[in-house]
Ligand binder design. Structure first.
Ligand code: ZN
Length: 80
């Protein structure tokens, strides 16, 4: 099975994202996140695509809800 799977469509099937708990300072990976409010793609400057919006996550370390701006996230799909 060496066939490459197509990239997951992030809005349909959430990808695993990397977060840091602001209270405990610990990092974690989770796919248990959801979009908080509106998410939009901005092209500024043209050719550079940026996801603008917020996601909310239930933190496994302190079990409270954190909201992150997408600019702060390390997206495995857009990493260079
Ligand atoms: Zn936390």
């Amino acid at each position: 099975m060496h066939q490459q799977e197509p990239l997951p469509r992030s809005l349909v099937r959430p990808v695993e994202l990397y977060f840091v708990c602001p209270l405990k300072g610990k990092s974690y990976w989770t796919r248990d996140w959801e979009i908080a409010g509106e998410l939009k793609v901005e092209e500024n400057p043209p050719g550079t695509r940026r996801l603008k919006g917020k996601v909310s996550v239930t933190c496994p370390h302190c079990e409270s809800r954190h909201v992150y701006a997408t600019e702060e996230l390390v997206c495995p799909l857009t990493q260079t």
